[in-house]
Design a protein around this ligand. Structure first.
Ligand SMILES: Cc1cc2nc3c(=O)[nH]c(=O)nc-3n(C[C@H](O)[C@H](O)[C@H](O)COP(=O)(O)OP(=O)(O)OC[C@H]3O[C@@H](n4cnc5c(N)ncnc54)[C@H](O)[C@@H]3O)c2cc1C
Length: 340
């Protein structure tokens, strides 16, 4: 057992990118599996793990123990002819890991540049951006059971990854702390993905098209993201608040009768994804402020804290948006962000 410090009545304002006024009854950090087990052995209930706080809405004060994951470190564990396996600490900053991979010449995560948060949270919602998801490079993760303190290895197949989804948002929700993740990255022949969004346009602008390196792609995506998404250091937010709903083609056709320019992306046969941002914008929410919260002026999918918001008023706005989209389109939006 190692010594761990538990603070009482700790403010969560600086520990989540929403910057909401909330606090936790108990708070502790861990930088090793032993320290995590010592926290678990305190027997405080409920308990939960926090990474970078970039995908969480504290709608209320937390009545139990919040444990912040500070397990860092990157290690190449296996070398193959064309690829490497890399194990990274669950508390390692995700973007720092991406930069390490790009600088080391390893491909696979460059499209996931500048996503806030920790490596340990990356499998929770199978983070994704610009045509790549974490499942594409995921090999396995090590996790500690919060009830027993025992270690379990989750292989890719065990994680049941889906669109912004995994077993950790369903059966295993709140039951495990991911302490490390092992990824597979390419060494020489990288599978570059440039078809999504303005990536090619940005690569052309920087003179890197048609033969971009993984570093060019990472830089292009960082540039695009900075121009589109609000920086949580300037204005509190959690990125996209809702998932893009997948609906049967007939529902989309009905929407199209009333909204000629309604966008959609085919997914599986007979199903399409309708951008949640478009649905919300069409209900008049884009740029709308309600008290201390509102929808970001450049992207309706992002809910922001104008400075002094409490979780309850953000939650009210979330519920109002869901109700108005349902009334207008008959589609129920699902939050991507974890509500606590
Ligand atoms: C500006 C901005 C842009 C974003 N862009 C994207 C994007 O492009 N794509 C995307 O997918 N996401 C995006 N996000 C969402 C967010 O960055 C990711 O979901 C990220 O993985 C959250 O990591 P975190 O460490 O901050 O998790 P937290 O917010 O701390 O936690 C989120 C949830 O995961 C659980 N959790 C955290 N760590 C662990 C662990 N080690 N073990 C078990 N459970 C854990 C928590 O209990 C909580 O339920 C964005 C967020 C912001 C603010």
């Amino acid at each position: 057992m190692v010594d761990v410090i538990i603070e009482e009545n700790k403010s969560l304002v600086g520990l989540q990118t929403f910057g909401l006024k909330a606090q936790t009854k108990y708070f502790g950090t861990f930088d090793s599996v032993q320290a995590l087990r010592s926290l678990i052995e305190k027997g405080i209930s409920p308990m939960m793990v926090l990474g970078g706080g970039s995908n969480i809405l504290f709608a209320h004060h937390y009545k139990g123990l919040i444990m912040q994951n500070l397990i860092k470190g990157i290690e190449v564990t296996k070398h193959f002819k064309q690829s490497v396996h890399v194990r990274t600490g669950g508390g390692h900053n995700w973007h720092d890991f991406v930069l390490w991979a790009v600088q080391s010449g390893y491909g696979g995560v460059e499209n996931l540049s500048l996503i806030p948060g920790t490596v340990g949270a990356s499998p929770i919602q199978n983070i994704g951006a610009y045509g790549v998801e974490v499942k594409d490079v995921f090999v396995s993760c090590e996790a500690i059971n919060l009830e027993t303190g025992k270690k379990r290895i989750f292989r890719k197949i065990d994680c049941q990854f889906g669109y912004r989804d995994s077993i950790f948002k369903r059966e295993a929700k709140g039951k495990y702390v991911i302490t490390s993740v092992t990824f597979t990255l390419t060494k020489f022949t990288h599978q570059l993905k440039t078809a999504y969004g303005d990536v090619v346009k940005q690569l052309e602008a920087k003179g890197a098209w048609p033969k971009p390196s993984i570093a060019d792609i990472s830089e292009a995506i960082q540039f695009i993201r900075k121009s589109k998404l609000p920086d949580p250091a300037q204005i509190g937010n959690c990125g996209s608040f809702f998932k893009n709903p997948e609906v049967p083609e007939e529902i989309y056709q009905k929407i199209k009768q009333r909204h000629e320019n309604a966008p959609c992306y085919p997914t599986t046969p007979g199903m399409v994804k309708v951008p949640a941002g478009w649905l919300i914008e069409s209900c008049g929410w884009k740029g709308k402020r309600v008290g201390n919260t509102g929808c970001y002026a450049k992207q309706a999918l992002v809910i922001v804290n104008y400075g002094d918001a409490e979780g309850a008023e953000v939650l009210q706005l979330v519920q109002d948006i869901i109700a108005s989209v349902q009334a207008e389109f008959g589609i129920k939006l699902e939050p991507e962000v974890q509500i606590v």
